[in-house]
Design a protein around this ligand. Structure first.
Ligand code: URP
Ligand code: ZN
Length: 471
């Protein structure tokens, strides 16, 4: 049977909100209506539940090598299963070019790992670490033939990932002509490196120095700088994991002048703050991600940015490393930096909790409305990165990626219940209201309560259209 009828739920998209039935057939939404009758369909009663489009998380790092054998602890299989349990049906991960490598070879390497493992649909941004003439010459093909219309560049991590301003400009020019967009990790990497060296020279090695050496001002400076470079190149620009109000100020100022500057933030910046670094001993290493958690004033600014569309997307930057060495070995663990904060692998988990957190702390708390919630977690990411209307909405002809969400069910977030390989959660013990109950991926039921019905390799690679062309 490939017909599924979801009956009597409250259908919410970025613009709609009504009660109805949805017929899923051959992986697509076939019909939407009232009192639909389809005798040979499998029926799911959705009364009392929200029916929303599957979440689209455009910033995750599954089985990602960080150099010297260090790697994130979720495989494509475990990471996408965890995403699905959290109501996310599409991810964009990264194909990182090693120095000297062809970007296309990097993509092929990642595709070979992802294809047999992904349980939900997936695509890739490219990452360039070596902006050579030959790498640049491959970009048009990457956009037009491989569907990779976004390239991430780092303004941080000198000698490892960082590229200079001229290379950012060159990449923007090349991509811009072909419907591509550059995504930036915007922090002033060389100043931060100097601060790290200063801290270590003074014997300051504990995790809280991760935060103290990555000041908000230096995120603001890099964000302002790169938006100006994009203006010169006359292309749209997208800031990843924006955390500081100084960076948001730069985005707001540019947008007010009509510049196509876009940005995402992440749940940890909305719900946690830098007091986590006051935890005793090494415990606060759990919160070592980049940029670090910021002060309470930034949280307020970020919520305002989400409300007024100065921030367009909430993604997770799921970049999991276990806290303990035991679970998956030292190379996938925070313990690498026990004696030196600068060696703690940067990144934190969260792919499973984006929807419940934003629903509970956003919609229920009265900060955003339901349509805006769907816009932030599904529609805007799909539009921003060339997947709409196949993804990001519930409409006739769209992929049948559908989530049934109980807006009243309470549950507690934590490592005991999530499906990721990681051994901790930054939100351990937090009670939220609103739970993912059923998830359909292209019409197939993959999550049914606590039951997993998906399988590795079910996910399809998404060749994306143009990025950054939303106005
Ligand atoms: O801490 C983070 N965000 N890790 C992923 C790599 C990066 O900085 O983007
Ligand atoms: Zn980053």
């Amino acid at each position: 049977m490939n017909k599924t009828l979801i009956k009597g739920g409250r259908i919410v998209t970025a613009v709609d909100d009504y009660v109805g039935d949805i017929l899923l057939e051959n992986g697509r939404v076939e019909a939407i209506g009232r009192s639909l009758k389809v005798p040979d369909a499998e029926v799911h009663d959705a009364s009392g539940q929200l029916i929303i489009p599957g979440g689209v998380d455009v910033h995750v790092h599954m089985e990602t090598p960080m150099g010297n054998g260090v790697e994130t602890c979720d495989t494509f299989e475990t990471g996408t299963k965890s995403a699905a349990f959290g109501g996310t049906t599409t991810i964009l991960d990264f194909a990182q070019q090693f120095k000297g490598e062809s970007p296309k070879a990097a993509l092929d390497r990642r595709l070979a790992s992802a294809e047999p493992q992904c349980c939900i649909d997936y695509g890739f941004h490219s990452i360039l670490t070596d902006v050579s003439k030959s790498a640049l010459s491959e970009l048009p093909d990457l956009v037009n033939n491989d569907g990779v219309s976004s390239v991430k560049l780092y303004m941080a991590y000198p000698d490892v990932l960082m590229v200079d301003d001229a290379d950012i400009y060159r990449t923007m020019r090349k991509l811009g002509d072909h419907g591509g967009m550059v995504n930036l990790h915007a922090e002033n990497g060389v100043i931060i490196q100097a601060l790290i060296e200063e801290a270590l020279a003074q014997g300051n090695t504990s995790p809280k120095y991760h935060q103290l050496t990555r000041p908000q001002l230096m995120e603001g400076e890099a964000t302002h700088r790169v938006i100006r470079i994009a203006e010169l190149a006359e292309v749209p620009v997208y800031i990843v994991h924006l955390s500081a109000k100084e960076a948001l100020d730069a985005v707001v100022e540019a947008r007010d002048r009509g510049v196509s500057a876009f940005a995402e933030t992440c749940p940890h910046y909305l719900f946690l703050d830098n007091s986590e670094y006051d935890r005793p001993g090494f415990d606060s290493a759990r919160f070592v991600m980049t940029p670090p958690l910021r002060d309470r004033e930034c949280q307020g600014a970020l919520w305002r940015g989400l409300k007024f569309d100065d921030l367009q997307i909430v993604s997770t930057d799921h970049c999991p490393f276990c806290f303990n060495e035991k679970a998956h070995g030292i190379l996938k663990s925070k313990q690498l930096g026990k004696d030196d904060f600068s060696k703690i692998p940067n990144g934190a988990p969260g792919v499973e909790f984006r929807l419940p957190l934003l629903f509970d702390g956003g919609v229920r708390a009265g900060r955003i409305n339901l349509n805006r919630f769907v816009q932030l977690v599904s529609t805007a990411p799909a539009k921003m990165f060339g997947m709409f209307p196949r993804k990001g909405t519930i409409a006739v002809g769209s992929d049948a990626d559908i989530v049934l969400f109980d807006p009243e069910e309470k549950h507690t977030l934590g490592a005991n219940t999530h499906h990721s390989n990681v051994d901790y959660s930054m939100f351990e013990g937090r009670e939220v209201t609103g739970k993912v109950k059923k998830v359909f991926s292209r019409g197939r039921l993959i999550v049914n309560g606590d039951q997993w019905l998906g399988r590795a390799g079910m996910g399809q690679y998404l060749k994306r259209g143009a990025s950054g062309r939303i106005l």
